[in-house]
Write a protein that binds this ligand. Structure first.
Ligand code: HEC
Ligand code: HEC
Length: 362
């Protein structure tokens, strides 16, 4: 009996300590810290420290973030970025990670992987191939989410939160890209060269600034998307190289359909019949994917190939929309290879790895 009381008394105090500990932990939460990427930490001698100093000078610290492209922020912009950081730490960090490297705690379970912003590459842009996104593109992505992936839509967040978190994402991206560029150069020449710093800094900033004024407009105005255009679009799809990756029926079941993205993850050409266009369902969204390509993925831009036949792009848009509506219209189409998990399957093997994934309950 006495023994029992001791135990429960002991348990109670353990609980109390635990509760106090948690409450105390909240009050004295460690301030947020930014860290160097593993690539940088692995460089020899003084290099990591030298790079870290440059990065802090141009991107600030977690306590005082700043845009490489703008330098030290004004008081108001500083508050705006801190607000963006709060939104980010509440709603994005579990996938995109503290440093924006796409390695949040949930990332390992997700395909496609959450975007690693630190390479400065974004897929759904309205700028020419290889360009940075405009702020408006990132806002669109947040409002719409990325259909068919785990990236949620944040349509209901107040505009103030969305704008702040977009600028914070740009801070993480510019910081990460600056660090990455300096790291790659130091690795190549086996030392840190302070003279190269100004070029890297201005390059990272300039390309974001440029994006704001390089919105790509359609080469010809949007026509009515008629069944005739769908038929012409199908022809172009088969003759302009699209079917090589996406398959004749748009399901993406071809052997050229396997590749890696710029972040080193396996990827496959989209199954267009899935009806889940990641970069938006509007004709202009699809138009821009075809004209500008999809950065970081094997999908090339067709702006030079189709420069002299702008109507063909609208025909392709009509065809893509038609194909992506087929399932919705009730047609039964076997699944395409939409799950490009790493597999030991040789390229060209026709057994469907998606079927394995299904069998294992995913
Ligand atoms: C549940 C996981 C998850 C959460 C939470 C999440 N994302 Fe994402 N995000 C993703 C995935 C996955 C992708 C990649 C989609 C792809 O590659 O098609 C992505 C892509 C992006 C992109 C890149 C778009 C492009 O053009 O390349 C941006 C920007 C982005 N997310 C911002 C955010 C922000 C800001 C938040 C928080 C407000 C957030 N994400 C929350 C999973 C998530
Ligand atoms: C070299 C291979 C390749 C070729 C050629 C190619 N694509 Fe793609 N395409 C891809 C890949 C890979 C993706 C998936 C990109 C991603 O989201 O990561 C894709 C995605 C798409 C998407 C989906 C965009 C979205 O918002 O989700 C459309 C539409 C598309 N391609 C149309 C076309 C058309 C039309 C052509 C020909 C003019 C074409 N593709 C040629 C590889 C290719």
């Amino acid at each position: 009996m006495f023994h029992m009381q001791l135990v429960s008394g002991g348990l109670r105090s353990v609980l109390l300590v635990a509760i106090l500990g948690i409450a105390g932990g909240c009050e004295r939460a460690e301030p947020l810290q930014w860290e160097s990427a593993a690539l940088i930490k692995g460089l020899p001698g003084e290099i990591p420290k030298q790079i870290q100093e440059v990065v802090v000078e141009h991107s600030g610290t977690a306590a005082r973030p700043q845009l490489v492209s703008q330098g030290p922020p004004t008081f108001d912009f500083s508050l705006h970025l801190k607000h963006g950081q709060e939104v980010y730490m509440r709603r994005c960090v579990q996938c995109h990670g503290v440093m924006g490297d796409g390695n949040g705690p949930s990332a390992a379970f997700l395909y496609p992987r959450p975007r690693d912003y630190t390479r400065g590459i974004f897929k759904f842009t309205s700028t020419p191939y290889g360009g940075k996104p405009r702020r408006a593109d990132l806002l669109d992505t947040l409002r719409r989410g990325v259909t068919g992936t785990s990236m949620p839509e944040f349509r209901l967040l107040p505009k103030k939160d969305l704008e702040a978190v977009v600028d914070y994402v740009i801070v993480l991206s510019q910081r990460g890209e600056l660090e990455y560029q300096l790291g790659m150069e130091a690795q190549a020449i086996e030392e840190f060269d302070p003279e190269s710093v100004p070029d890297f800094v201005s390059d990272v900033g300039r390309r974001w600034d440029e994006a704001e004024s390089t919105l790509t407009q359609p080469l010809s105005p949007q026509p009515e998307l008629t069944p005739e255009r769908v038929a012409l679009g199908r022809e172009a799809f088969l003759t302009k190289g699209c079917s090589k990756c996406h398959g004749e029926d748009g399901r993406g079941q071809t052997k050229d359909n396997i590749g890696a993205d710029s972040w080193g993850h396996p990827t496959r050409a989209a199954d267009l019949t899935s009806g889940m266009l990641r970069g938006g369902q509007q004709p202009i969204d699809i138009y821009r994917r075809i004209l500008n390509g999809i950065n970081g993925s094997p999908m090339p831009g067709f702006s030079s190939a189709l420069q002299s036949e702008p109507e063909t792009i609208w025909n392709l848009v009509s065809y893509v929309l038609h194909v992506s509506d087929r399932r919705r219209a009730g047609e039964i189409i076997p699944a395409g290879l939409v799950k490009p998990f790493a597999t030991s399957q040789p390229v060209g093997d026709t057994t469907d790895p998606a079927a394995d994934a299904d069998a294992s309950g995913q």
